[in-house]
Design a protein around this ligand. Sequence first.
Ligand SMILES: Nc1ncnc2c1ncn2[C@@H]1O[C@H](COP(=O)(O)OP(=O)(O)OP(=O)(O)O)[C@@H](O)[C@H]1O
Ligand SMILES: [Mg+2]
Length: 310
Amino acid sequence: MLEVKELKKSYGKKEVVKNVSFTIEKGESFGLLGPNGAGKSTTISMICGLIPYDQGEVMVDHLSVKKSPMLIKKKIGVVPQEIALYPTMSAKDNLLFWGTMYGLKGSQAKKRVEEVLDIVGLKDRAKERIETFSGGMKRRINIGAALMHEPELLIMDEPTVGIDPQSRNHILETVKKLNEQGMTIIYTSHYMEEVEYLCNRVGIIDHGEVIAIGTQSELCSRLVGGSFIQLTVENDTLQAIEAIKILENVNEVVKNESNTIEVFAEKPYETLSSIMAAAVKNGMKIGSVEIKEPNLETLFLQLTGRSLRD
Ligand SMILES: Nc1ncnc2c1ncn2[C@@H]1O[C@H](COP(=O)(O)OP(=O)(O)OP(=O)(O)O)[C@@H](O)[C@H]1O
Ligand SMILES: [Mg+2]
């Protein structure tokens, strides 16, 4: 469905997308996970033909975005990071507007508005103005706008940032259902739980580069040492970290920018007591200790030394 090949983009001297390549098959749900400023929105904008790329190529269903921009726009639905709706118009009229932009006409467009309102769960608010909607409801209509022309590929840029849990759940359920019905999805987020729930494959992007890509289990199997120990600490810890690093069975110690330290050890349960002893002996004040299973957040931490949300 999508082939992104060695994509590059610079603004002035700053290379914001460095050499991004990935392929998505029809029917997949692909997660693009990365912290603020990683280059997610820029990559998406280039895929959709909204901004030109400096180098590389994007093929949607074997068509080049550069050569066939109009044909590609029909295949793709984009949910932008910023809400793109007319506040003084009703939900229905906003959807009608977007439908018309994509060439829907008359009764066909009206019928599709009803269907889309049903998909996003806002049929009962159809006639109300967007400016009277909550943030979560606006987001749902924003998604609806991208669904009007029944795209084959739906690309969503952080569609759940800063909204209420009810709308968030509704959005996640909707995306899951659309994918089960055969729509290919690209879901961009820095919430790893959402990506874990929705996506069969994940690309982790940082500083304009894809640093890991694969199914969740493939990615997590790359983690050194599997499960790990997380310590919340209350003071400066350099000496203690050095002492923990040289313990038997300890593979890696990562200090987070928040007050946590992750210790990756071969046998975390068995190694815990020696870690605690080394920590206390070297003056580390520990607030809490947890043994955690590996996940995408941990992988990101191990690859970059930073947390996704730092
Ligand atoms: N039009 C622009 N002009 C100059 N720099 C830009 C422009 N658009 C993006 N950038 C820079 O490119 C980098 C990547 O931005 P981008 O919006 O793609 O990140 P992101 O991964 O979507 O981040 P976020 O999670 O905050 O939305 C950032 O450093 C940003 O400042
Ligand atoms: Mg963005």
